[in-house]
Write a protein that binds this ligand. Structure first.
Ligand SMILES: *[C@@H]1O[C@H](CO)[C@@H](O)[C@H](O)[C@H]1NC(C)=O
Ligand SMILES: *[C@@H]1O[C@H](CO)[C@@H](O)[C@H](O)[C@H]1NC(C)=O
Ligand SMILES: *[C@@H]1O[C@H](CO)[C@@H](O)[C@H](O)[C@H]1NC(C)=O
Ligand SMILES: *[C@@H]1O[C@H](CO)[C@@H](O)[C@H](O)[C@H]1NC(C)=O
Ligand SMILES: *[C@@H]1O[C@H](CO)[C@@H](O)[C@H](O)[C@H]1NC(C)=O
Ligand SMILES: *[C@@H]1O[C@H](CO)[C@@H](O)[C@H](O)[C@H]1NC(C)=O
Ligand SMILES: *[C@@H]1O[C@H](CO)[C@@H](O)[C@H](O)[C@H]1NC(C)=O
Ligand SMILES: *[C@@H]1O[C@H](CO)[C@@H](O)[C@H](O)[C@H]1NC(C)=O
Ligand SMILES: *[C@@H]1O[C@H](CO)[C@@H](O)[C@H](O)[C@H]1NC(C)=O
Length: 483
């Protein structure tokens, strides 16, 4: 894992490096001497320890065990007219989760979303399935009059719409900042999360879009009563907020208040209902992560390489390349991790990729390449299915009827993120993820834990009529990869 990750860093460094090793050696020696001097000065000038602590954020003082309750709930949005079998595991509906969060709010709501289109008019569509979206917009509008301060960050560049949502919200007293990720990192703000009263958080695949409530299959998590996690996510929100000021430029390094004590090496520990959970947030792009923040890609690679038995992945799109950066680059880090796990450690890989009318057929060869490794004789298992949400009579609504999920579950952890699995999302684009591992003394409790629920959701979808093995695809009118 560490070699894989360091090779990733190498790819950022220009090739000059190799031809100038002598110069490098000299520079390194010089640096060592300077470092020695600096260290000596630092030791001599070090302030007494209590001053040290004052400059650190509260929870950085070693307390990664939390007495917070932190109850976690899986959240889902199932597109209208999709029928599931009886008794299947389902997350609570996204609409309910958002409405509950709004009604709980007494002090402050912070929302990050790529774009906002909560009404049909925003995208020139007349559909009664936008009603839940309209209701959410109305309820958010009313928050300032309840003395709840609302802050919104959104992306520049963004999706082209006729949306008036943010104008309406501003008029009602919501503070809005558009963060120019195009300028800052050549990416976009693709994160989707809420923080309510610095206590409750939502993280998931859903944008502030009416289609996310009724037309797109979404998955996320709400963590209630978890100030430590909310405070940590707030640092990420705050990094966007500050960068949303005009003429902002990326700080290098990020000031100490953006440091975190909660990461892959020091997860937050919480115990609820006999289940103990370890949690941490991940962030992207690297230029928004202080060294103490676990990067999204680092987490994904380590989760895959730590798995012993199985890795189940559900993502909307999968490309071992960059997509938006031109010229496109081959970007094999996740692909390599998957192949390595399947080949060297015989980990069973299952990948559920979305296919809709707007999917890019260029994805197919990469999926086929992975799937071609599948070989029961060699004990290599990489299975890939496409998940196709039937369009039915909803064909007049653009960019819908897809499985927008972005999660992974292994024998060790659950991961819920906001990024597609292609290069840009880990290099230039802002995203967040939540990594959870849970332990319960009794297997029955474990199935009730979020990790168990997420596995059940994956099984539900994998075994459903909507999931088609790559080899069995044939012609499917609702899947652009089958044409
Ligand atoms: C659904 O659950 C109920 C109660 O647990 C059970 O009686 C019923 O047989 C289940 N139905 C199916 C289709 O599994
Ligand atoms: C915005 O509205 C105009 C005029 O109604 C329409 O032509 C255009 O397609 C709309 N754009 C989007 C993205 O909905
Ligand atoms: C939207 O559709 C409904 C019925 O489908 C219709 O009654 C209504 O007039 C339409 N609204 C607009 C603005 O076209
Ligand atoms: C909001 O705060 C103001 C000033 O503190 C107060 O006068 C008003 O009653 C509050 N409104 C509500 C709905 O709490
Ligand atoms: C931003 O930069 C431009 C050009 O450097 C300058 O004219 C403008 O006053 C700056 N705006 C702010 C808010 O600092
Ligand atoms: C909690 O943090 C301390 C130091 O900050 C560290 O030594 C310890 O290993 C951490 N515990 C866990 C379980 O991460
Ligand atoms: C937790 O464990 C105790 C003792 O084993 C048991 O009595 C209790 O019902 C458990 N609580 C839950 C929520 O499962
Ligand atoms: C769309 O199809 C569903 C069932 O497949 C039906 O219940 C619904 O009324 C249809 N809607 C329209 C506008 O035709
Ligand atoms: C990734 O996901 C977004 C929505 O989350 C979608 O609009 C986009 O087309 C997807 N694909 C790529 C390659 O970014």
């Amino acid at each position: 894992m560490s070699s894989m990750y360091s090779s990733l860093h190498d790819s950022y460094v220009s090739n000059k490096r190799r031809s100038t090793s002598c110069v490098t050696l000299a520079v390194v020696l010089g640096c060592l001497i300077v470092l020695g001097i600096l260290l000596a000065i630092a030791v001599l000038k070090r302030p007494p320890p209590h001053e040290d602590h004052e400059t650190l954020p509260n929870e950085a003082v070693g307390s990664n065990f939390s007495t917070d309750q932190c109850s976690m709930t899986l959240v889902e949005s199932i597109p209208q007219y999709m029928k599931f079998k009886a008794n299947v595991t389902l997350g609570i509906p996204l609409e309910k989760a958002w409405k509950d969060l709004i009604s709980m709010a007494t002090d402050q709501v912070d929302v990050a979303s790529f774009y906002w289109t909560l009404t049909g008019e925003d995208i020139n569509v007349n559909s009664s399935s936008d009603i839940p979206g309209r209701e959410i917009l109305k309820e958010l509008e009313e928050l300032p009059s309840r003395n709840v301060s609302v802050r919104v960050v959104t992306s520049v560049p963004s999706v082209r719409t006729n949306s008036t949502d943010l104008k309406i919200l501003k008029r009602k007293g919501v503070q809005v900042r558009k963060v120019n990720f195009g300028h800052l990192t050549k990416g976009v703000l693709h994160s989707k999360f809420w923080i309510v009263d610095r206590k409750h958080v939502f993280i998931g695949s859903a944008n502030m879009d009416w289609r996310a409530l009724t037309q797109v299959k979404e998955l996320g998590v709400v963590v209630y009563n978890c100030p430590s996690l909310a405070t940590d996510l707030h640092k990420i929100f705050q990094s966007y907020w500050v960068m949303g000021q005009s003429n902002s430029s990326l700080p290098r390094p990020w000031p100490a208040e953006y440091d975190t004590a909660i990461n892959k090496h020091h997860p937050l520990l919480v115990k609820t209902d006999n289940i103990s959970s370890r949690l941490y947030l991940t962030g992207s792009p690297p230029s928004f992560c202080p060294p103490s923040r676990t990067q999204d890609l680092e987490a994904i690679l380590s989760i895959i390489s730590d798995a012993q038995h199985y890795v189940d992945v559900a993502v909307m799109e999968y490309f071992p390349t960059t997509r938006f950066e031109k010229p496109q680059r081959y970007w094999p880090f996740i692909d390599d991790a998957i192949r390595t796990a399947a080949f060297e450690r015989k980990v069973k890989m299952r990948m559920l990729i979305s296919c809709g009318r707007d999917s890019d057929p260029a994805m197919l060869p990469f999926l086929q390449s992975l799937a071609s490794m599948d070989s029961p004789h060699q004990d290599i298992s990489i299975q890939i299915k496409l998940y196709i949400v039937p369009v039915g009579n909803q064909s007049d609504i653009p960019y819908t009827r897809v499985n927008h999920n972005k999660y992974m579950v292994t024998d060790k952890v659950a991961y819920i993120g906001t990024s597609n699995w292609s290069g840009d999302y880990f290099v230039t684009t802002a995203g967040v993820g939540l990594v959870i591992s849970q332990h319960a003394p009794h297997p029955e409790w474990k199935t009730k834990a979020l990790q168990g629920q997420l596995r059940a959701v994956f099984e539900r979808d994998w075994d459903s009529e909507f999931a088609v093995h790559l080899a069995d695809l044939g012609h499917h009118p609702d899947c652009a990869l089958s044409r």
